[in-house]
Write a protein that binds this ligand. Structure first.
Ligand code: URA
Length: 183
């Protein structure tokens, strides 16, 4: 599948019910040649309204961490496990993740990033291992086939608990250093 085919497949997807209540598909954004890819959980209200991932309050905080470690947002690719917003920001159902994960796999295949960073526990449980403990495992880098993976706190969690911000900055610096070390 090429990018157009993949995006069309997402637009037409009826694999779960979320297409019925979404305003926009939130496919993903950023560089399709990115070495670094971020994966969140699913679109929130702002993302649903704009069709762009991580543009609300959590996204603005993510942007601050990218800037703090010298990563340009336009150089990375940002996507979510779910491409459609769950109504009222409820947690995604496992079957919605199952129905949608193939689209993310398609994006990863086309981009072939060197590192995938899960934003929060839900993405990490889906992509790294099912019982991922974000408080214990955040920032640990694991190599899976042709790319490395790690998880950091979801920026929305940092908005609720500022004491996690120090760990977040440390993890983001580690991610930048890891990528710099590959080049
Ligand atoms: N939270 C997510 O997990 N993804 C977004 O795109 C926005 C907020």
């Amino acid at each position: 599948m090429n990018w157009n085919e993949l995006e069309n497949a997402c637009q037409q997807c009826r694999g779960c019910e979320l297409w019925k209540t979404r305003t926009n598909l939130v496919f993903g954004c950023g560089s399709r040649e990115a070495e670094l890819m971020f994966v969140g959980e699913g679109p929130g209200e702002r993302e649903d309204a704009t069709g762009i991932p991580f543009v609300g309050a959590a996204g603005m905080l993510l942007d601050q961490y990218l800037a703090a470690v010298g990563i340009e947002r336009e150089d990375v690719y940002i996507a979510n496990i779910l491409k459609c917003r769950p109504p009222n920001n409820r947690d995604p159902l496992p079957e919605e993740g199952d129905a949608c994960i193939g689209h993310l796999r398609g994006q990863v295949k086309l981009i072939r990033p060197k590192m995938i960073v899960c934003l929060g526990r839900i993405a990490a449980a889906r992509l790294i291992h099912p019982d991922y403990k974000i408080t214990r495992e955040h920032g640990q880098i694991v190599v899976k086939g042709s790319f490395a993976m790690t998880a950091v706190y979801h920026p929305a969690a940092l908005l609720r608990d500022a004491s996690k911000k120090e760990d977040m900055l440390r993890d983001m610096k580690k991610i930048k250093a890891y990528l710099d070390g590959l080049n």
